[in-house]
Design a protein around this ligand. Structure first.
Ligand code: HEC
Ligand code: HEC
Length: 491
């Protein structure tokens, strides 16, 4: 595990990995020698080749489940208590249900809108997995939404919403209320080739807004298209101690490896102060609860105790006067429902690896370390205590993320800051479960806006701090590249 107190934590992790990967044969379980080994041992590092470590298939520790079907992302952590299992079932129900506009015939079902992106959580996080960008011209956006802001900060240091459209573009509205407009994406193909001459093509998205109901967007508007993320293992990520993240971060790149992860600090509505961000593509949400309440309001138009006011910018008069759902004067989502959905999102399990002992997969795991991928996609970390969730506490997990922000270069930049995250920074995406995305979601689109059409394209888009790592992948021959992809598909 990374050291708690200094900036060498990341360097040590890397030394341990590269020593074991480059000096030891793939079939050899051996004890490391020399100073790096001493450093590893003194920090409790493993002395076993990472691609041979026992238990490495259990990505979520004891919470790991073993389903590999299209439902693989929809199971509760294997070791949950009965009470939490019951909350899981209830939360699951509200996650999948379609919300309707007020008044509904059944009390407690309404509150949709006035404006919204989708009528259920599941519409975007289909089977608790990942959303997709539109696949045909003119197709409406569902699993992809666009965040909006103008330069400046809100009173809490967060993005300042576009004056007439707010912080998120809502293409839908309930009857009698104007939707904000439409957005479409088109792609430009960019040709490239690997070092061995094999050709590839990447598609660069561009977005066009139309039918804008409240006038043109501000001339200085900043937009950030983001797809819905898979929501497995979130409680485990919440349980990683803040001091571990601090030890991993290396803001000024003091160890000189070209990689300078840093924490985002974002407004925590419950605590009334800024705390470390963990969720969202820019680590822009501090807790699962706040992310869930934010989704209810921003994506579906449902108010809660955490977000009691509807999302109606001043220019949107019909929005402001539309009828609310729920009981008069109370938020549309009861506290009990918010708790259930939060628990559900906290306890969705990560599936096990499948082919971790296959030779090409092991080779890919080694190459992943050698190419420096593991410097950001941290293979292994321990959770601390997560209050109320003993099942998730003190687990050895393999999320393949450090939850830190990294500059990924101009090609991936959205140019839209989000608290401390700049327009070029993104949170290292967790890679657990990524190999089952195709089975669960029936598509292979990756990256924050779904531009990558598969794992190789996702890697090829890496830039900024990940440039060397990407170039190492580009320089590999096709057998090694296939091994890296085989490893990722096994996660
Ligand atoms: C319109 C599509 C859409 C809908 C509907 C939607 N989400 Fe999301 N969800 C997203 C996007 C996009 C993100 C990434 C947000 C960001 O980066 O700011 C996200 C992120 C999340 C995350 C954080 C995942 C992570 O790995 O950090 C959680 C949890 C979540 N959503 C829960 C919900 C819940 C609960 C609902 C229903 C109340 C919901 N979402 C409805 C699109 C959607
Ligand atoms: C400097 C840190 C860093 C390094 C090094 C790095 N990555 Fe990433 N990776 C990221 C970040 C940040 C994202 C999210 C970028 C985005 O969505 O725009 C990401 C996204 C990905 C994704 C897509 C995940 C998703 O959910 O869409 C894959 C696959 C991936 N990386 C694999 C790799 C591999 C393989 C390597 C080594 C060749 C590597 N990465 C090196 C930071 C890094």
């Amino acid at each position: 595990m990374p050291s708690k107190s200094n900036h060498e934590g990341r360097a040590i992790v890397r030394i341990c990995e590269s020593v074991s990967a480059s000096c030891l044969g793939p079939l050899l379980v051996a004890v490391l020698s020399g100073s790096a080994a001493a450093a590893c041992a003194s920090r409790g590092e493993t002395d076993v080749e990472p691609s041979l470590e026992a238990g490495r298939e259990l990505l979520g520790g004891a919470t790991t489940v073993f389903d590999v079907s299209g439902e693989a992302f929809s199971f509760p952590a294997r070791n949950l208590t009965t009470e939490l299992s019951n909350s899981f079932s209830l939360g699951n129900h509200f996650f999948r249900r379609n919300w309707v506009s007020a008044p509904a015939s059944i009390a407690g079902n309404d509150g949709l809108g006035p404006t919204f992106n989708a009528t259920s959580c599941d519409a975007c996080h289909f089977k608790d997995g990942r959303g997709a960008p539109p696949t045909a011209p003119g197709e409406r956006f569902v699993g992809l939404l666009v965040r909006l802001s103008v330069p400046g900060e809100d009173p809490h240091g967060g993005p300042l919403g576009e004056p007439n459209y707010g912080g998120q573009f809502n293409q839908n509205a309930i009857l009698g209320v104007k939707a904000e407009g439409n957005v479409a994406v088109t792609y430009e193909e960019i040709a490239g080739s690997y070092a061995d001459g094999e050709a590839y093509s990447l598609r660069r998205p561009s977005y066009a807004f139309s039918d804008l109901a409240f006038g043109p967007l501000a001339s200085n508007v900043m937009t950030s298209p983001r797809v819905a993320q898979a929501i497995i293992g979130l409680g485990l990520l919440a349980a990683i101690p803040e001091e571990t993240l601090r030890a991993l971060s290396d803001e000024d790149d003091r160890n000189g490896d070209g990689i300078s992860g840093r924490m985002n600090f974002v407004w925590n509505q419950r605590e009334g102060r800024r705390t470390v961000g963990r969720f969202g593509w820019k680590a822009n949400q501090p807790t699962v609860e706040q992310q869930v309440a934010g989704a209810f309001l921003g994506d579906i138009g449902i108010t809660s105790a955490l977000n009691p006011a509807e999302n109606c910018p001043a220019a949107q008069a019909e929005c402001a006067s539309a009828r609310s759902g729920g009981e008069t004067g109370a938020p549309e989502l009861s506290e009990q429902k918010l708790v259930a959905v939060t628990r559900y999102n906290t306890t969705l399990a990560v599936p096990s690896r499948r082919d971790w002992n296959r030779a090409d997969v092991r080779r890919g795991e080694q190459l992943f370390g050698e190419a420096g991928c593991a410097a950001c996609h941290l293979p292994k970390v321990e959770t601390g205590e997560l209050a109320g969730f003993p099942a998730l506490s003190n687990q050895l997990i393999r999320p393949y993320t450090d939850l830190l922000l990294h500059d990924m270069g101009p090609d991936l930049a959205d140019g839209r800051p989000d608290f401390l995250a700049t327009g070029t920074e993104w949170r290292t995406a967790p890679l657990w479960g990524i190999g089952l995305q195709k089975v669960v979601n029936r598509h292979e689109f990756l990256l924050h806006d779904g531009r990558a059409r598969g794992l190789a394209e996702a890697i090829l888009w890496h830039g900024g701090e990940a440039t060397l790592s990407r170039d190492a992948f580009r320089a590999m021959g096709n057998v090694d590249r296939a091994a890296v992809l085989a490893f990722l598909k096994d996660l």
